[in-house]
Write a protein that binds this ligand. Structure first.
Ligand SMILES: NC(=O)c1ccc[n+]([C@@H]2O[C@H](COP(=O)([O-])OP(=O)(O)OC[C@H]3O[C@@H](n4cnc5c(N)ncnc54)[C@H](O)[C@@H]3O)[C@@H](O)[C@H]2O)c1
Length: 318
């Protein structure tokens, strides 16, 4: 009897999903960037642009006429992605450069070369990220999530901020996540040496992205360089590669998830939408302002995180 009820229940659920599939897909897809902004003569730098949301963002920027620099850890994979972008858009000006955000020497070398070869930078998209990896450290001894997702991008932005100011109006887009709601900054154990939970480490790094965005926006006031953070939605990408459970979840519920192209829409919106030209320090999702958890609105935490980040990276950034 119980078995019959379970089978009948599953049958009804399957039927409902099939019936409502188009509506579910439409809802999952979320907002679309409506801007027709042209980026001829503009330079865009995207980290982690060889896959997922970053690759789709790179394609969109290239189609708008921008010179797109794809900063990738794996140059070979980056070149494959660049080739597929060129195949989709014959006028695409895309180039791949090596950048490992888990290594401050690589970040410094990348920035040095970039500043030598590229005169202007109009849009910086801090897109790269890792999620739920086993406990590992970056070359410099930072826990991987906080090291790559926050500190790596913090240093990169610091090294390129002069170029962005000289190229203004310019924009910075920081890929955060809804997951920031579940994070808190563990100043007493930022690198999870005492205890480690990969989910919480990810959430902490995404909260750090939101706090960095707010504090940077405050410091960039009147420079004509704006910065906003983004939750791209729940996107069917390779981000879950370190977690079998999450990979299974994402596979089973793929119909309810965004494609990478749909997931790229809010990054694109924050990078080009005309109505955002003076908006800074905000958080967006589905191409609209989004909720920020109280811990993401704390000016005190943002300033403290800024100081701690500078100290860890050995830089002075006023
Ligand atoms: N997929 C989602 O559901 C989701 C949800 C919320 C936020 N995000 C955020 O969106 C961003 C893009 O994620 P995605 O879904 O496209 O995932 P993805 O795994 O497809 O892309 C991540 C990119 O980051 C790069 N990367 C990782 N470590 C790096 C390092 N040390 N140096 C340089 N590059 C490195 C990867 O090579 C890859 O190109 C991430 O910051 C992620 O946290 C994704």
């Amino acid at each position: 009897m119980v078995l019959v009820v379970i089978v009948a229940g599953l049958g009804v659920v399957t039927l409902l999903v099939i019936l409502f599939a188009p509506h579910i897909r439409k809802y999952a897809a979320g907002g679309v960037c409506q801007s027709s902004a042209v980026l001829d003569g503009k330079t865009v730098l995207i980290t982690g642009a060889n896959t997922g949301i970053g690759k789709e963002t790179a394609l969109d920027m290239a189609m708008r006429g921008a010179r797109v620099i794809m900063a990738c850890r794996d140059v070979e994979k980056g070149e494959e992605a660049a080739a597929s972008i060129r195949a989709a858009c014959s006028k695409a000006q895309v180039e791949v450069r090596e950048l490992d955000l888990a290594d401050t020497c690589s970040i410094r070398a990348f920035a040095q070369q970039f500043l030598r070869d590229v005169n202007q930078l109009h849009i910086l998209i801090n897109n790269a990220g890792v999620m739920m990896c086993p406990y590992t450290k970056t070359i410099d001894g930072f826990e991987m999530h906080i090291g790559v997702n926050h500190l790596g991008h913090f240093l990169l932005t610091y090294l390129l901020i002069g170029q962005l100011k000289r190229s203004a109006p310019a924009r910075i887009v920081v890929l955060s996540s809804l997951a920031h709601n579940f994070g808190w900054i563990r100043f007493h154990d930022l690198h999870s040496q005492g205890s480690y939970n990969s989910g919480l480490a990810y959430c902490q790094s995404k909260l750090a992205n939101v706090l960095f965005t707010r504090e940077l926006a405050r410091r960039l006031k009147d420079t004509n360089v704006t910065v906003n953070s983004v939750h791209p939605g729940t996107v069917n990408s390779d981000l879950t590669r370190h977690s079998t459970l999450m990979t299974i979840f994402f596979t089973v519920f793929s119909m309810f998830l965004k494609t990478p192209r749909e997931g790229a829409q809010t990054s694109i919106y924050c990078a080009v939408a005309e109505e955002l030209h003076s908006i800074s320090g905000k958080h967006f999702s589905d191409c609209a302002p989004a909720f920020v958890a109280p811990q993401g609105r704390s000016e005190e935490t943002a300033r403290r995180l800024w100081d701690v980040s500078c100290e860890l990276l050995g830089i002075e950034w006023d």
